[in-house]
Structures are given as C-alpha cells and as structure tokens.
Design a protein around this ligand. Structure first.
Ligand code: HSE
Length: 442
C-alpha cells in the first residue's frame, strides 16, 4: 500500500480512555491504516503524574507532564483531549484551537459549558473540534445526526444517555433491590463517576442532551435552563407499580422540537415509558437513542455508552475524520457554511419552559390511612382539572398508606400547583413525588 506522510497524534491525558485509544489503535493498526491510507503515530502522551503506574507502557521519549509538547507542537496534527475536567482542559483546548489545530475530545462537560466558544475558536482559526465520544460512548450518534441523517429535521430525539443510572434502575427492577444496595454494587464495579452527582442527579446525561440539542437544532442551551432530575427519588415500589401498569422507569433525555411554534424542549428526568417502546428495553449499562427525522422516520441506536473500548472506538472514529480533513478529502464535517445553516435552523427558536409540558403523570403520595383521605386528594386534583387514570394503594402497618396514581393528560403547571396543595393537606405525610409518563407519540 502506498503511504502518505504519517499523521502525528498527541494525547492529553492517559487514563482509561487514553490507554484505550492507544491499545485499540495498536490492535487494529493494519486495517485502520489501510482504510485511512496513512500511518498513525501517537508521538506525545501528556499526563499529570508521569510516575503513576499504567497498564499501557509508552516509550519514555513520548511521555511527559508538559502539555506544550502536544498543544504548542507544530509536529502534532491531532490533539486528543482525554483528560476531562473543565479548567485545565478548557485552557489547553482553547490554546490548541487558537493555533488552528484539530482537537478530538470525549469531554461532555467541557462542550456543554464552553462548546459555543470552543467551536467558534475552531472556526475562526481553521481548526476543528470533534466530539463523537462525548455522547453515548461507542454509539455513533453524532455522526448519525450530522451525516447519515443530514436530510432530516428532528422532531424528537430521546433516550438513555447514562449507563450507570440505567444499570441501577435495571437491577432495582429485576432483583427488587433498593436504590442504596444497587448503588453500592455500581460503585464496586467502578461504574459511578468520582463526582456521583453526575450520574445520580442526571447532570452527565443532561450535558449530553445539551450537546445533541446543539447538533440537531443549532441552539446552545444552558444546563441551568432545563429540567434536570436524577434517579434518587425512585423507589422499588414505583418500579413495581409502573411495571404492573405496563411501564418501565428510565432516566430519559428528551429533545423535542415543535416546528410550528418554533419551540425546543430539552430535558432530562426519570420517566415511565411503555414497555412496548424499544428504548424501554435498553437495560443495564447500555445507552439507547431514538431519533425521529421528518424524512427517515424513527431510527434507534443501542450500544455501550461508556467504558474504555466503546469510548475509544468513538475517539478513533474522530481521529479518522480528522485524518480525512488533513488529507484534504471531502469531509462531512460541519464547515463554516454549514454553521450558518445551523444558525438559520435555530433562528428565533425559543426554549420551551418546563411548565409548558403536557402529558400524563405518576404521583406517589404518602398519607394517613384515615376516612376521607382519597376524597380530599381527588378534590385537590379536580381543582386543577387533573383526573385519575389509575389508583393503587399500599396499606402500611403503622396506619399510613402509599397512594400511587397515574393521571390523564394534564399540564405540568397544574401538577406543580396540585403538589403544592397536597403538601399543605394535613392527611398527606411528606412531599408527594411525581414522575412524568413519556409517550413519544404525544
Ligand atoms: N458516567 C457515564 C455513564 C460515563 O455512566 O454513562 C459515560 O459518559
């Protein structure tokens, strides 16, 4: 095979993903280089602590604690930022993009918080910022939306974007385990992020939802502007009752666009979803994304959303795109011109407020098991024009009971007001809990 000049890659960070990139480039080097028509060389690996033992051994000449050897090095063609975090990673990504370099990243928090600025720096300086590995690990969701489904406008994208919380919910459902017991196992297996709130409070999946919303609709949404609720409130009883009613409970990212009203809803929350939906069957640490385009209809992608090999598969895919760019080949990568199109698509697009949601809801209300309680609760709901679809009561031994109800279609604003009224009702103990019921057909 005739070879063009080799492409030199520098890695910033050599943790789980960085070592995976090294390992998997080595593993499939022959096929990869044949497909790309060039040799790949990882010539620099920069780490915070070079004395730390790592599984993958790198030649000492390429190994250092000096990021300048990657970021400011004219001999480096592709910078892979795999260090994570949003401070040092921001500084180094800016610096590399300001020099017109191509940067590949898996850093969802950084893109979510600073993507607008970083993409702009990349465009201004003729570089590029690739981010396939930042959403849904090994699932090629970025390329799918950007390239394969380019003919479409996207009415609805929804799915499971956090493997750890999906693992916890799956085991709670299958084995009847408590949230705490399952969380303990998830920690032992090394699934839970060091900052547990990222997985348990939905922040990690919300970062990914923000990225998908930008990709599909050209609009940057701030994390603080969207509904972001995690899985801590979900109990085994909720999962059990949901199951009896034909639902699973999943932590869902939803990006829904109303083209007529020119509104975009971006949200991340637990939801009851019919077991008949493909996404409801995505269990354990898997991720799944359902994309509905106006031309193609619905496409569902399922795969490993985290882990060394899955994530490095996406990083290497971006490295391949970067190689095509460097070779001057036709690139499917969003160009400045496409960015202008992006802005046209987002023109006048407004973010829908949570209160504007309409749907069915599941409520869990803990009450004193006394005469007339059900009537009082139904009065409160009726005042807000909320009607019961199903009611389950679980009697407890201490004279209390748990009421689990689902509602017919209602507005989120009415549910919020009803919960405030229920909170003030003397027969209600503690704060009622509500989950949305998600129906992709609504
Ligand atoms: N904590 C993430 C998850 C890792 O569980 O999905 C991948 O982004």
């Amino acid at each position: 095979m005739s070879k063009k000049r080799s492409i030199r890659i520098g890695l910033l960070g050599f943790g789980v993903v960085g070592q995976g990139v090294w390992k998997n480039i080595e593993k499939n080097r022959l096929a990869l280089e044949y497909r790309l028509g060039t040799q790949l060389e990882i010539t620099q690996v920069v780490v915070k602590d070079a004395s730390k033992a790592r599984e993958v051994l790198v030649p000492s000449g390429s190994y250092s604690e000096d990021p300048a050897r990657v970021v400011d090095n004219p001999a480096i063609d592709i910078v892979c930022e795999l260090m994570g975090g949003t401070s040092k990673a921001l500084e180094l990504t800016r610096r590399a993009l300001e020099q017109g370099k191509i940067v590949v990243t898996a850093n969802k928090a950084l893109i979510c918080e600073h993507g607008e600025e970083l993409f702009e720096i990349a465009r201004r300086n003729g570089g590029h910022y690739f981010y396939e590995a930042s959403v849904a690990g090994g699932i090629p969701i970025i390329k799918t939306i950007r390239e394969a489904l380019v003919a479409n406008r996207f009415k609805l994208i929804f799915g499971i974007l956090n493997g750890t919380s999906n693992y916890i919910l799956t085991r709670m459902e299958r084995e009847g385990l408590s949230f705490d017991a399952t969380l303990g196992d998830a920690r032992k297996l090394g699934y839970v992020e060091a900052d547990e709130a990222l997985d348990l409070d939905g922040i990690d999946a919300a970062h990914k939802a923000v990225i998908l919303a930008y990709l599909a609709h050209g609009k940057w949404v701030k994390l603080e502007e969207i509904i972001c609720e995690g899985i801590r409130e979900i109990t085994g009883e909720d999962i059990e009752i949901a199951g009896q009613l034909g639902y699973k409970i999943k932590l869902l990212a939803v990006i829904a666009r109303d083209f007529e009203a020119n509104k975009l809803s971006v949200r991340l929350h637990p939801a009851l979803i019919s077991k008949k939906e493909v996404i409801a069957g995505v269990d354990e640490v898997y991720n799944g994304v359902s994309v509905t385009g106006d031309v193609v209809g619905t496409t569902v992608l399922i795969g490993r959303g985290a882990g060394q090999d899955a994530t490095s598969s996406s990083v290497i895919s971006d490295i391949a795109d970067a190689v095509f760019m460097l070779q001057g080949g036709a690139s499917a990568v969003i160009s400045e011109e496409d960015e202008a199109t992006h802005q046209i698509l987002a023109d006048g697009l407004e973010l829908a407020l949570g209160d504007e949601l309409i749907g069915r809801y599941y409520l869990r209300i803990y009450v004193r098991d006394e005469e007339g309680v059900l009537a009082k609760i139904s009065d409160i709901l009726a005042k807000e024009h909320i009607s019961f679809a199903t009611v389950n009561q679980k009697e407890l031994e201490d004279g209390t009971a748990k009421l689990m109800v689902t509602t017919h279609m209602s507005s989120e604003a009415a549910i919020t007001r009803a919960i405030a009224l229920l909170n003030g009702e003397s027969s209600v103990i503690g704060a009622p809990v509500s989950f949305r019921i998600f129906d992709p057909g609504n």
